[in-house]
Design a protein around this ligand. Sequence first.
Ligand code: GLU
Length: 303
Amino acid sequence: MDTTPVGRFAPTPSGRMHLGNVFSFLIAWLSAKSRNGAILLRMEDLDTQRTSEEFAQILREDLLWLGLTWDDEQLPQSRRSPVYDRYFEKLMDEKLLYPCFCTRSQLHSVNAPHLSDGTYVYPGTCQNLVQRPNKPHSWRVTVPDRDWTFTDLLQGPYTQNLSTDCGDFVVRRADGVYVYQLAVTVDDGEGGVTEVVRGVDLLSSAPRQMYLQELLGFSQPTYGHVPLLLAPDGRRLSKRDKDLDLGELRKYLTPAQLIGSLAHTAGLLDRCVPISARELAGEFSWEKLKKEDIYLNAQELVR
Ligand code: GLU
């Protein structure tokens, strides 16, 4: 890793950040900044029903409160369709796409979720349709029968065969909206992102993104998938856990207290002491970071 790292924050502005989001942004920031790298910010607002500029603004403000600065901000995904169109056309020209008329319920009735993110293996139903109905349809990209392997900074070696583990996947929905896998590949690629740090729930997405990177001519970033934060009962924290969102936590904690306890729980600090993100950058190494899920007790945090 001799080039200057470029990391990114890719939040979905659909609510206030919860601690799991804060944790992955903190690690992304530390990893880049401990090596004098840069951070890009990008609002992943493809789902315009659930996201808003108002949430995006609160997110920026919360990140700044935490001391998690960024060097540049990309246009939000909802405004980048013309860019995605160009890459979509490229896949189309290479005859890698086909229309899919399957409904969600048809897909779910023949299949069980396969990947940890709930992905179903697509059986290729619409691949060789002789007659195409005149109905709205999504577009799928054909995947080769080949293993994709990479070494995650935290999770170690990971392998997936897209054909048996996922199948041909959707890149554009029937309503014309591009899906996360395509948008994220294009945005990371065009942004020159060299290091993708995010929650381990997205580990199984990486091979789809690696495949698209290869097709669209982008280089492959390094991946670091960090543990999820769980409530003491093992439940994954989500935006519904209002008691652990930043709006609440900011009432009780300073940024240094919050960062100190997250860093301690994650294995980055021996003692639980207040520390700024900037100071912590000097202490950061991927080797120290725990790889297992992290159980968090909200009561202990705000005590
Ligand atoms: N926007 C996604 C989220 O908020 C993150 C996607 C990514 O980091 O690739 O969970």
